[in-house]
Design a binder for this molecule. Structure first.
Ligand SMILES: *[C@@H]1O[C@H](CO)[C@@H](O)[C@H](O)[C@H]1NC(C)=O
Ligand SMILES: *[C@@H]1O[C@H](CO)[C@@H](O)[C@H](O)[C@H]1NC(C)=O
Ligand SMILES: *[C@@H]1O[C@H](CO)[C@@H](O)[C@H](O)[C@H]1NC(C)=O
Length: 281
């Protein structure tokens, strides 16, 4: 009887215009989120039905004649909590939980109120990795300047924003002309006055952020610190490896050539043999 009433409510609600669309709620993987059932103040709630609309249509929780029920077989089973004010808490959140949800409220006079909420779940941003690449200036006028490329990286999680901060100075941020690849790479020209100045790469998404701070001037003076590589270091690796590859290529070409030569010789010997046979016949 109760279940029948519930389903007739749902069918009936499908025909109603939606009262409130598109409240956006953000959550973090592993965290919790509260989907709030809002309604006009005059609305005396008697029944409430929470559903997931997309990507799967599922019944999540109901409040029916004062009893709260959340044990519906859905992907949120065991992760839902229906509060007495009819807000629905989901936790712990998983990365696939993003989607659209609806709550249907029915008041004591039989009026209905539907609200749709859009939940977006984001991963927590990990600490970025910053690498410093250095090119020493050959400019005779500014022998002490140093060109640095700072590259900031996090695994490819979605909706990431990169930004940079020059630490310890009252500064209006980083000039945009020094930024490349959506802010992932920062180019700096460092002089002696930048000694000890630290730069931070800040990565963020709508729910979290993290940063890593480096002092690029240290790399300009070949203080080989872990996680820092200079253009020279890159060359030290790239040049021997390409030499080896070229050598390997030459060797295999020589070997191939040798085999081919041998085959030709064999063929010639065969021909001579057939000729000899011919003369014998
Ligand atoms: C989810 O809701 C938003 C806003 O209400 C809407 O724009 C979007 O199309 C919906 N997504 C799906 C897949 O229904
Ligand atoms: C409803 O109840 C929850 C849990 O007690 C609370 O966090 C929330 O602020 C309340 N209000 C609304 C409007 O959801
Ligand atoms: C990250 O990269 C892998 C492999 O290229 C891909 O399968 C995955 O969808 C990516 N993740 C995100 C959040 O872009």
């Amino acid at each position: 009887m109760a279940a029948q009433y519930l389903w007739s409510l749902l069918l009936w609600a499908a025909l109603l215009p939606i009262a409130d669309i598109g409240a956006q709620v953000q959550g973090q993987v592993g965290g919790s989120v509260l989907l709030v059932a809002e309604h006009p103040p005059s609305f005396q709630v008697r029944e409430a039905i929470w559903r997931s609309l997309w990507p799967l249509e599922e019944l999540l929780a109901t409040s029916f004649r004062g009893s709260l029920e959340t044990l519906y077989h859905s992907r949120f089973l065991g992760r839902t909590l229906l509060h007495s004010n009819l807000s629905l808490e989901l936790r712990p959140l998983e990365s696939g939980d993003s989607g659209n949800f609806s709550v249907l409220l029915v008041d004591t006079g039989g009026r209905a109120w539907t609200q749709i909420l859009q939940l977006k779940v984001y991963d927590a941003v990990p600490r970025p990795m910053v690498q410093v690449f250095i090119a020493l200036s050959r400019d005779a006028q500014h022998p002490k300047t140093c060109q640095a490329l700072l590259s900031c990286w996090v695994p490819n999680i979605s909706d990431i924003t990169y930004s940079w901060r020059r630490e310890g100075t009252v500064d209006f941020g980083i000039e945009p002309h020094g930024l490349f690849m959506d802010g992932q790479v920062l180019r700096l020209s460092l002089g002696p006055r930048d000694q000890g100045v630290a730069y931070s790469c800040i990565v963020s998404n709508p729910v979290s952020w993290d940063l890593t701070t480096v002092t690029p001037w240290e790399s300009c003076h070949h203080e080989a610190a872990p996680g820092k590589a200079s253009y020279k270091d890159v060359l030290l690796v790239v040049v021997p490896v390409s030499l080896l590859l070229i050598l390997a290529g030459l060797l295999s070409a020589w070997h191939w050539g040798l085999c081919a030569g041998k085959k030709k010789k064999d063929v010639r010997a065969d021909e001579m043999a057939t000729e000899t046979e011919n003369t014998l016949v």
